[in-house]
Unconditional design. Structure first.
Length: 303
């Protein structure tokens, strides 16, 4: 089982809850395929540890960027940890350029040289779009004042659409409105989502506890060989009367049950009758017998 529960808010955003009951052994090092922005909603002593770094304490309101393929893990605190995760839709390319095409024989290598091709193409595209931005103000109902982030994004979408790159324009607009829908989500709705997750987790814990009890009951039943109380009571009397260990008498009885199935029996004998008959005829001196003498015989009751 995963050490957390999560609710998907939309295609790229989810709420994840790590309960205080999570086991530390399940909080393993891992890495994600996509870039992620993580917002801490609630934390009580939980920490995030990145590769080759010491754990850093997480506080409510913290916003963290975790890049694709970056090794990291969470370290358990005292209470629950609740985070909101926004994933990038685009996966990182496996291969990376070491030197750009057209570079001279002794280039000055920068971080740009190690970016995947699709990211570099997007950067170049963004530069072209920024040069083509429309300075005409957007209608007031668009909530995009001149120079604002939303204004620039709308201009980029408009430029992409004008040059015929409809898919690019759609991606920009969808990403804008998805982010905005998450941002304006009312706190009461968020609390409702978290409460639902907590209730589901409590139910899972309750069902797991019932399952553990049933498994424990099955183990106890198996350890006694599946013998009923009535059978064990009868065998106990025989063991005490003949000064035999009770466990060895149980084994002899089970061997009789198995023999009835594997070897057969006298005509008209039921399985339990055959097993009792085996116990009655068994003696420690016989090679086939499983019964054993007690070191100290039980005292006989007064008549």
């Amino acid at each position: 089982m995963k050490p957390y529960m999560e609710k998907q808010l939309n295609e790229s955003t989810l709420i994840r809850l790590f309960p205080s009951t999570a086991r530390e052994v399940d909080l393993k090092w891992h890495r994600d395929r996509q870039d992620r922005v993580v917002e801490v909603i609630h934390s009580n002593g939980w920490m995030l540890q990145r590769d080759d770094s010491v754990p850093a304490l997480l506080a409510s309101g913290d916003i963290l960027e975790i890049t694709a393929n970056e090794w990291h893990r969470v370290v358990k605190g005292k209470g629950d940890l609740i985070v909101k995760i926004v994933e990038s839709k685009k996966k990182k390319a496996d291969g990376m350029r070491s030197i750009r095409k057209g570079a001279d024989s002794n280039p000055k290598v920068t971080r740009m040289d190690f970016l995947p091709d699709d990211v570099l193409d997007d950067i170049a595209s963004d530069k072209n779009e920024s040069m083509q931005e429309d300075d005409n103000p957007h209608p007031s109902q668009y909530s995009a004042p001149e120079g604002s982030k939303r204004d620039k994004q709308l201009d980029k979408a408009k430029a992409a659409y004008k040059r015929g790159d409809v898919d690019k324009a759609v991606r920009i607009r969808n990403a804008m409105e998805l982010d905005e829908s998450v941002r304006i989500m009312e706190s009461s709705e968020l609390r409702e989502v978290i409460n639902d997750m907590v209730e589901e987790m409590k139910l899972d814990a309750f069902l797991a506890e019932i399952e553990d009890r049933l498994n424990e009951k099955k183990k106890r039943k198996k350890s006694s060989g599946g013998l009923s109380k009535a059978v064990k009571k009868s065998l106990n009397k025989k063991a005490d009367k003949r000064c035999l260990t009770r466990g060895s008498v149980y084994s002899e009885f089970r061997a009789g049950l198995a023999a009835w199935l594997s070897s057969g029996s006298r005509k008209g004998m039921a399985q339990h009758q055959w097993a009792h008959a085996r116990v009655n005829s068994a003696n420690p001196s016989k090679k086939w017998a499983k019964v054993k003498k007690r070191k100290k015989c039980p005292k006989k009751g007064k008549k």
